[in-house]
Design a protein around this ligand. Structure first.
Ligand SMILES: *Cc1c(COP(=O)(O)O)cnc(C)c1O
Length: 403
C-alpha cells in the first residue's frame, strides 16, 4: 500500500538540513513539471543545472529501460561496456586521456584534490601539498571539498578541517601571484562560479592562472560540475577560455538527474592514481554510464550547442525587457544557459523573494547567493516555454514590487 505523504511529512521524518518549498512535484515532461495538486510549472531551474535535456527525455527513458533489463551493477573488480564507451567519448571530446567515475560532484572534486596531492607527492615530495582556491567558490559538501570551497559557513562547526588550503579573490591575479609558491600543488577554480553568484572568470585572468601554475609546477583543476556538459554553449567551458586544465570534474548534467560524475585528466597526471589508491563502489556502474553516454551523444550535437547560445540571447532579451519595466536588476550575466540576474540594492539579500513569487506564478527559478536570481533551464527548452516562463517571471516581479 502506498502511504499518503505531504510536505508536513518532511518535517516529521527528514533531517532538517534542507528547507524545501511547499510544492511537491510528481511528474515532469520537457521543461514542464506538475505538482501533487496538478498545478503546472515551467522549469527554469533544471534541478540546479542538472536536467539539461529536460524531464523524461524519450531517448534517455529508453536507454535507461534497456540497460535496466540487462545489467545494473558489477563493482570495480570487473569493468563494463557502458563505462568503457563513456570513457572513450569523454576522452575523444576533451583534452583528457583518462577518466575516473564516481557518483557526485563532491566526490569528483574529492578525487581531484587527492590526485593533485598524490601527483605532487610522487613528483616533488610531500612538502608540495598546498591548494589554492577562490572565495565564494563551491566544490561540494565532503570535509575536503568544504575546506577547499570558499564559503566559510559550510565548514563552521566541522573543524578540524584539512590543512594546506588558502583562498584568493576571484579574478585577482596580483593576489594569486602573492599566494602561489613551489609548495602549491594545485589551483582549483570554476570557470564560472555558480553557487557564488554566476561570476565568470575573466579570460586574461584564466590565462594568467594557467601560466602561474606552469611556473610553479602546480596542477590546474577546473570544477565544471555546474558549467560543463553543454551548459556554457560548448561541451565544457574551458574551451571558451582558451585554457586547458590538468584535471577537470564533471557531474550534474552528465546524468541528466541519474547520479554519475567523472574526473578526467591527462595520462601523466592520471598515472598517480596507481592500483589501490582510490575507488568507489558505485562509480562507473553500467546504469549510470549508459545514461551518461546517451546524454553526451545528444548534447554534443551542433544543434544542441548552437541552440544554447540562441536561447541565451532570448533569455537576455527577455530579462532586459523586464528590467526596462521594473528596474529590479543591476546586472544580467552568465554563459550559455547558466545565467544570473543580480537584484538592485532595494532587494539586496532578498533574491529569494522573487523565487517564491515565481513559484506562485508557476515558474521554477533558482538563487545563487542572497542577491542573484539564477536560471539554469534545460538546454533544449522550447522557445514557447522560454516566452511563457518570462511572462510568469514578469508577473512575479510585479507582485513582489506591489508588496
Ligand atoms: C553542485 C556543485 C558541486 C557539488 O556537486 P554534488 O553532486 O552536490 O556533490 C561541486 N562543484 C560545483 C561547481 C557545483 O555546482
Amino acid at each position: 500500500m502506498t502511504e499518503q505523504v505531504t510536505r508536513a511529512t518532511f518535517d516529521e521524518v527528514m533531517f532538517p538540513n534542507y528547507a524545501p518549498s511547499a510544492i511537491i512535484p510528481v511528474r515532469g515532461e520537457g521543461s514542464r513539471v506538475w505538482d501533487q495538486e496538478g498545478k503546472e510549472y515551467i522549469d527554469f531551474a533544471g534541478g540546479i543545472a542538472v536536467t539539461a535535456l529536460g524531464h523524461s527525455h524519450p531517448t534517455l527513458v529508453n536507454v535507461m529501460r534497456e540497460q535496466a533489463g540487462q545489467l545494473w551493477h558489477l563493482a570495480n573488480i570487473m569493468t563494463n561496456e557502458p563505462a568503457l564507451r563513456l570513457a572513450k567519448k569523454l576522452t575523444e571530446k576533451t583534452f583528457a586521456d583518462r577518466v575516473f567515475f564516481c557518483n557526485s560532484g563532491g566526490e569528483a572534486n574529492e578525487a581531484a584534490f587527492k590526485l593533485a596531492r598524490r601527483y605532487a607527492f610522487d613528483h616533488f615530495g610531500p612538502e608540495k601539498n598546498e591548494i589554492i582556491s577562490f572565495y565564494q567558490s563551491f566544490h561540494g559538501r565532503t570535509l575536503f571539498t568544504v575546506s577547499v570551497g570558499g564559503q566559510p559557513k559550510y565548514k563552521e562547526g566541522f573543524e578540524p578541517t584539512p590543512k594546506g588550503i588558502t583562498h584568493c579573490h576571484f579574478n585577482d591575479i596580483e593576489e594569486l601571484k602573492s599566494l602561489i609558491s613551489d609548495k602549491t600543488c594545485a589551483v582549483v577554480m570554476e570557470p564560472i562560479q555558480g553557487e557564488g553568484g554566476i561570476i565568470p572568470a575573466d579570460k586574461t585572468f584564466a590565462k594568467q592562472v594557467r601560466e602561474l601554475c606552469d611556473q610553479h609546477n602546480a596542477l590546474l583543476v577546473y570544477d565544471e560540475v555546474q558549467s560543463g556538459v553543454g551548459r556554457s554553449g560548448t561541451f565544457f567551458a574551458y574551451e571558451q577560455l582558451g585554457v586547458t586544465p590538468d584535471i577537470l570534474t564533471s557531474a550534474k548534467a552528465l546524468g541528466n538527474g541519474f547520479p554519475v560524475a567523472a574526473m578526467i585528466a591527462k595520462d601523466n597526471v592520471a598515472q598517480s592514481f596507481v592500483f589501490g589508491t582510490h575507488g568507489s563502489t558505485y562509480g562507473g556502474n553500467p546504469m549510470a554510464c549508459a545514461i551518461a553516454e546517451a546524454v553526451i551523444d545528444i548534447i554534443t550535437t551542433p544543434e544542441v550547442l548552437d541552440g544554447v547560445n540562441k536561447r541565451h540571447d532570448l533569455f537576455v532579451e527577455g530579462l532586459n525587457a523586464i528590467n526596462e519595466k521594473y528596474h529590479v536588476f543591476k546586472d544580467i550575466r552568465g554563459m550559455g544557459l547558466l545565467m544570473g540576474a543580480e537584484v538592485v540594492e532595494q532587494f539586496a539579500g532578498n533574491a529569494k523573494a522573487f523565487l517564491t513569487a515565481a513559484a506562485e506564478e508557476g515558474l521554477f527559478v533558482l538563487v545563487a547567493g542572497p542577491n542573484v536570481i539564477r536560471f539554469a533551464p534545460s538546454l533544449i527548452i522550447p522557445e514557447e516555454d522560454i516566452k511563457e516562463g518570462l511572462a510568469r517571471l514578469d508577473r512575479a516581479i510585479a507582485k513582489v514590487l506591489a508588496n
